[in-house]
Design a protein around this ligand. Structure first.
Ligand code: HBI
Ligand code: FE
Length: 289
């Protein structure tokens, strides 16, 4: 993952930290996007929104439609009007990955950092670091869901303690397996809502239709102890029964003793079914013929 201050690539928008203040925010500078960049957004949008209609959670689709961002790289100013009324969230533009404590501080105050630059033509299918397509298309629709909106604020507020207790990887896995790679059971079968899934064509189909990949019921301590991959499809996914579960399963938890118990133990390798565990057995999303 690129660190703040790392060398720039070819695009003038990409990862420029020189203008960033101590909160790492910058201006979106919407006028700097070229016609090619807007066209790239439209093509990414068309492909992923068609897949989303079939495989994404209804909450994601509702949010996506309310944002009305199919025409080109969206303006954060417009999204902020929609978000402000709906869930009091606001987007802030950032140059890319920002330090953990800064990221948490934004979330704790209902500000979601969105990367300003858009991926290159050669990266349409895959990139490791977040760009504006991942951050906006993947994350912002879910900020319109009231449970996700409140969960992310709580996650931000939990960050400082996890860092102080030397247990950040445990907290980060909660985010990874919900906000980035979460699945949810719906009356129409399994659907995806994680941003890492819905911003990837191949993983959107894989995560909700593959008959063999390991899926487990969402259980906070299991999730906190499960390592993840950043370079391939996830070898396991966790399935929520409802978005509300993000609040009900987590607000009551006392993270301190959980961190103390597990932080020095090796995490469970991704894709491992533990003794006595049963995989989630629900209806998969239907694959088109
Ligand atoms: N910065 N821009 C950005 N986006 C992220 O998702 C992000 C970050 N900094 C830290 C971070 N995520 C994670 O390491 C925390 O969730 C732990
Ligand atoms: Fe993300």
């Amino acid at each position: 993952m690129k660190k703040p201050g790392a060398a720039n690539s070819d695009s003038e928008l990409r990862g420029d930290y020189s203008q960033a203040g101590r909160d790492f925010t910058i201006a979106q500078d919407w006028d700097a996007y070229t016609p090619e960049m807007h066209d790239r957004w439209r093509r990414l949008y068309r492909r992923q929104s068609e897949l989303a209609e079939r495989y994404a959670a209804p909450q994601f689709l509702e949010g996506l439609h309310r944002l009305d961002c199919s025409y080109g790289v969206p303006r954060f100013e417009y999204a902020n009007m929609v978000l402000g009324h709906a869930t009091r969230w606001q987007l802030v533009a950032v140059p890319g990955f920002i330090p953990d404590e800064v990221f948490f501080e934004h979330l704790a105050n209902r500000r979601f950092p969105v990367t300003r630059w858009i991926r290159e033509e050669s990266e349409l299918d895959y990139l490791v670091e977040p760009d504006i397509f991942h951050d906006f298309f993947g994350h912002v629709p879910m900020l319109l869901d009231p449970h996700v909106a409140d969960f992310l604020e709580l996650y931000g507020k939990a960050g400082a303690r996890a860092i102080a207790m030397d247990a950040l990887p445990m907290l980060a896995r909660i985010y990874w397996y919900t906000i980035e790679f979460g699945l949810i059971a719906t009356p129409k079968g399994l659907k995806a809502f994680g941003a890492g899934i819905v911003s990837s064509a191949a993983e959107t189909v894989f995560s909700v239709t593959d008959p063999d990949v390991l899926r487990l019921r969402f259980e906070p301590v299991r999730v906190m102890n499960t390592a993840y991959r950043i370079d391939d499809f996830q070898p396991n996914y966790f399935v929520l029964e409802s978005m509300e579960q993000l609040i009900t399963d987590l607000v009551e938890l006392d993270f301190g003793p959980i961190y103390e118990t597990w932080r020095d133990k090796a995490p469970i390798a991704p894709g491992t079914l533990m003794d006595g565990e049963r995989p989630w057995r629900g209806k998969l999303a239907e694959k088109p013929e």
